[in-house]
Design a protein around this ligand. Sequence first.
Ligand code: AGP
Length: 612
Amino acid sequence: MCGIIGYVGARPCKELVLTGLEHLEYRGYDSAGLVLADAAGLERARAVGPVAALREAAAGLQGTATVGMGHTRWATHGGVEERNAHPFLSEDGRFAVLMNGIFENYVELRAEVAEHGHELSSDTDTEALVHLLEEAYDGDLAQTVRRLYPRLEGHFAFLAICLDEPDRIVGARLAWPPLVVGRGEGETFLASFTPAFLEETRSIQVVDEGEVVIATAAGVEFRAVDDWSVREHPVEQADESLEVAAKGGYETFMLKEIHEQPTAVADTIAERFHHGELHLDGIGLTDDELREINRVLVVGCGTALHAGLAGRYLIEEWAGVATEADVASEWRYRNGVFDPRTLVLAISQSGETADTLAAMQIAKERGARVVAITNIMGSAIARAADGVLYTRAGLEIGVAATKTFTSQVTLMTLLALHLGAVRGTLSPDEVASIGEELSALPELIQRELDDEAMDRQLDLLADRFAHDRFFLYLGRHLGLPICQEGALKLKEISYIPTDAYAAGEMKHGPIALLGEDTPVVAVATDSHVFEKMASNLEEVRARGAHVIAVATEGNTQIERHAEHVIRIPATRPELQPILAVVPLQILAYKIAGRLGLDVDRPRNLAKTVTVE
Ligand code: AGP
């Protein structure tokens, strides 16, 4: 959600902070701010809008300070206004604070500081902390932070500066919001996410929850909040490259990421399926334990949940294990019944989604084995799980997930195959043959992306339907989660209301939405439910709606049931979803383009949702 960066060193840091914020901007972009500290005092700039607006607002600052920190905001407490943008300063001008996360007891904290006579200048939870620091300060910022820490409820990573100790930034972390240290020569960075400083250093250390971190130009000290013992953390080399964060010639990150899908899927498979053999290292459960599993529960949010819904069919089909997939934010408040033989799969691109993390923690407490599927090494979800399977999609910047979705479905496919192989429900020959077809998918996705006829057709569809008020998506079986994903893509970047429904359910309600011109997108690829889909499409056409069908190359029947047919390469039905979603991503992209919208930064959304 919010992004934070801090710098302590010998170089003037205004530009370093601004550049770091630009690399973090995809996480939150409703406002931004920075503070620079030098002997003359604290200088602050804040602006509503993108970091470019902050750049302008900060143009007048001195720019000689060698200690500074910045913030990109995704509003939680308090509207999108400059006065709610971080950092916050104490009234005496000596302290500055910024935060990613939430103080859940903010009402009480704000009331307390107001009672003590502080004038609150914002509606945020974070501002309370700067006043508390000013009150509690005893000459040692780190110790003051330590004393206040138990009073702060919620989940957060914050940074603080005090002018009395101008050589340092002190930070603290509770629960999942990440905080990473970047170690340079005579300089130290702090950030919520490594891309903020990767241009400067790749040597990183991760701050653990329950720790206070003290960063100076000379180095960094990690202290446990409870007993103040010194903690050691290995210096690791960050593997996300900044090159991937550049648009590489594409007009948007989303388009670039759509085009990276062949590589993302190929890298996710890589050595896991090789010469007819499947290896799924990292799963954290022995083959014996996997044979004991009697139920699988998949939890996730948004796109990640859709990948789980697709995986559900495959696990049931190939491994014969009862599988459910549920929204993490709902499941965490259900009294979910399961036992140690339940395998919980937590899917999250970012590995930070608050609800998914909470759901997996509850599952662990109740005795389930938890395997994470994530794209981010060392993320909170990866660390909390018994085993981790990484998608290898590379950093995804576009808020609308694309390459991580196809990589997640790929990984779910590998997992379903693995379970089938281990449990003996699939023969080695079946595993080898499905694995070969899976390995051919990157080439088939590339064919879709290179298909000029498909591109022209999607352009025409975007021209024709971009101004429609509503889209209905219909699918059955594995086509359903693909419809759900296609509908989510369209609504999040074009703001056109969409609904995705099991085609068989249409008669039970959504058919009432169909008018003469309603566009209905159907995933009608070859499978055992094709005939059923065809009948549903007839029902749609009988109401005068326009059917846009995604169908398999070579299918000769679909033309009778759809006005527009998007052809995708043929593969076995279980693998069609990975190919079927690609034209739906591109259709959504083109429609948003026709409407002149910023697809990389859809309104109100953040790439990573670290609040409940
Ligand atoms: C996808 O386009 C969305 N932006 C969103 O639904 C996302 O998939 C969801 O927030 C889950 O994120 P995660 O994979 O990082 O947990």
